[in-house]
Design a protein around this ligand. Structure first.
Ligand SMILES: Nc1ncnc2c1ncn2[C@@H]1O[C@H](COP(=O)(O)O)[C@@H](OP(=O)(O)O)[C@H]1O
Ligand SMILES: [Mg+2]
Length: 264
């Protein structure tokens, strides 16, 4: 996709990290939609999308944010020297395609581009583009979570790797499971009243949840590890295998179930 021109960021995006995250995630999503119509399928489409989005994003960060480090699913810039992500004040944590499997299954829309900014110990900005919905959700314009419309809580789970304990959790709290691809799409589904909670365990990395969690926190949703501790980013160990994102009133019932029964 050498002919894709992302254009230049709007002037305000160069001054505002929320808007820069939103712009980069949005243009990467536009590129991914183009790649998706190129005739490729299956693994070739996944690989082409991953690579195109990753290269575009790395190029944009090199051009516009040369002082910052980048932690990407595909590559870690700044893993040594003066931009070492563990000693640099600002680190962009990005997932060029989250829900890669669903991306390769058009016309599914449960896939996303994640761009988060970690600064001096905390997530300070984040954007989740859902190109299939034509929308980018970001911390510069926090989502207002609507009142719950479903009579029973809905718990979003991985389509392909749902943790076994979530079925028992759902039975305990009288919830229904909703299978969906992409950590970003699942977190956004909670904020949009498509579901009410997202519970995962068994494996994931910082880039899978950083941007969605930033957007969720800005919307006032509850976020934590499954043991109730805080989700921490830009750690030496980038595995971050479990999380809960939910409406605040569901946090205690979910955590109580896990305290009693564990997640194995
Ligand atoms: N058990 C596991 N181990 C490692 N990564 C996992 C995982 N379960 C989910 N993930 C990652 O979390 C993201 C969301 O998964 P899911 O769609 O199944 O909910 C996917 O990211 P990618 O699509 O970026 O690889 C997937 O690879
Ligand atoms: Mg991912």
């Amino acid at each position: 996709m050498t002919d894709f021109d992302p254009g230049t960021p709007p002037a305000e995006a160069l001054e505002n990290d929320h808007l820069f995250a939103a712009w980069t995630a949005t243009v990467a999503g536009e590129l991914l939609l183009k790649v998706r119509t190129s005739g490729l399928e299956g693994k070739e489409l996944k690989d082409a999308g991953d690579l195109a989005s990753h290269e575009l994003l790395m190029g944009l960060f090199a051009q516009y944010k040369p002082e910052d480090a980048v932690l990407s699913e595909e590559e870690h810039r700044g893993t040594a020297g003066e931009r070492d992500r563990l000693s640099t004040p600002r680190v962009w944590i990005i997932d060029p395609v989250d829900g890669t499997r669903e991306y390769s299954e058009p016309p599914r829309d449960d896939w996303a581009v994640h761009v988060a900014l970690w600064q001096e110990g905390a997530l300070v900005a984040g954007a989740v583009a859902q190109p299939g919905l034509g929308r980018t959700f970001h911390t510069g314009q926090p989502l207002v979570v609507p009142a719950r419309t479903a009579p029973r809580p809905r718990i979003a789970v991985s389509r392909t790797r749902p943790p076994a304990f979530v079925q028992a959790l759902a039975e305990e709290i009288g919830a229904d499971l909703v299978a969906m691809g992409s950590a970003g799409a699942k977190v956004i589904s909670v904020a949009r009243d498509v579901t009410d909670a997202y519970v995962h365990a068994g494996g994931q990395y910082e880039w899978d949840s950083a941007a969605p969690v930033a957007v969720a926190r800005a919307a006032g949703l509850f976020t934590s590890r499954v043991d109730g501790t805080e989700l921490l980013y830009n750690q030496k160990e980038v595995r971050l295998p479990d999380l809960i994102v939910c409406r605040p009133e569901l946090a205690e019932p979910i955590l109580a179930f896990i305290r009693e029964h564990g997640v194995d």
